[in-house]
Ligand binder design. Sequence first.
Ligand SMILES: Nc1ncnc2c1ncn2[C@@H]1O[C@H](COP(=O)(O)OP(=O)(O)OP(=O)(O)O)[C@@H](O)[C@H]1O
Ligand SMILES: [Mg+2]
Length: 406
Amino acid sequence: MDVLFVSPGYPSEMPEFVRGLSQVGARVWGIGDQTAGALPTMARRHLTGYLQVPNLFDELDVVERVRRWVGRRQVDRVEVLGEFWMVLGARLRQALGVPGMTVEQTLPFRDKEVMKQRLDAAGIRTPRHSRATSEAEIRAAVERIGYPLIIKPIDGAGSANTHRVENAARLEKVLPQLRSVREVSVEEFVDAQEFTFDTLTSHGEIQYYNIAWYRPRPLVARTNEWISPQVIALRHPQQAALAKGVEMGYAVIKALGFQDGFTHMEWYLKDDGEVVFGEIGGRPPGARQVDQMNYACDFDSFVEWARIVCHGEMAARIERRYNVATIFKRAQGEGRIVHIQGLEQLRREFGQYLVWDNLLPVGAQRRNWLQTLISDGFLMLRHPDLNTCLAMADRVGTELTLLARP
Ligand SMILES: Nc1ncnc2c1ncn2[C@@H]1O[C@H](COP(=O)(O)OP(=O)(O)OP(=O)(O)O)[C@@H](O)[C@H]1O
Ligand SMILES: [Mg+2]
């Protein structure tokens, strides 16, 4: 089996998917904009070949180059797990005659309006919404939908350029900031808790799902630097309180006709129990949430995903053992990390429950917290009991400090 894999080196979990494919016996051919030498070691080790292209966003150029590179060789699958290149993947499939999602099938996963229209037609509760390409259209949508509302890019990711607008005064402040955005989605603001519904799906049937809880909701985490955002993969996603979200998740996969691979949906749970659809990607979640799933169930979902892609079914029996918390840290100050405070104490107390220390080391340049969810790194910990897990996560939030100095 020969698999073309777009961007094997970025984001950071991609090499693990390449490993998964090679472990189930596929030959993996990478396409990316990094030099071969810059690829992470794991990606390099598991790739059979690699084509560097000048610009992954220039879809037509990439398709042409890949066509020439492939020549008469047979390609069985084209896999793209990065949000921005989903349509490129579909174009490559089309150009090379490879089965899998078409451009037409991919669009509802990339365009937040098409997505919600499809789901509305299937009777799924979405926020009231409208597409707008000009200031006048935004104003008209605001009239229809009413405050408070959310304005965001139609194909956004990472909460970039996403604004909560409570009133007319705020709208006037936000409008100039949207001039660079070609097209936006205007939505009713849903005041709620936010969860994921992530699946491994094969032949349109969900084989495994995960629910993660965002603490606090991403928009809040993304607008307050002092917060250490948490993502909690829940040990008991089957609990009654989440049942309507799961039901919605199943309905969404069906309505969009997703077939094989990972999906990542976000949904809202209101205080009155109502569930509202947020968004869905035809790809795995980022920020190492796939690793969280692995730590929750002690399985290797990178390999299980690869089995689905190559052989149409997964092999693992799922045992849900742990709640897994990831706590992302943002250093105080600018420049390089000079000190990490509180880590030794937490390490001593949490012992085996602390499964991953991904913090930037002392001496490293701190990252731009607005541009990366991972910020200055994270700790990942797990515990069978949810309250214990949350208490530990909160202590990482308050007691662990990274200090930076120019
Ligand atoms: N209609 C809404 N009501 C309330 N909050 C919303 C709404 N739409 C978006 N948000 C907030 O903004 C965040 C980002 O929006 P959304 O998930 O649609 O965009 P994204 O940029 O693709 O996100 P991601 O960070 O998952 O890539 C959401 O997680 C949520 O906190
Ligand atoms: Mg989102």
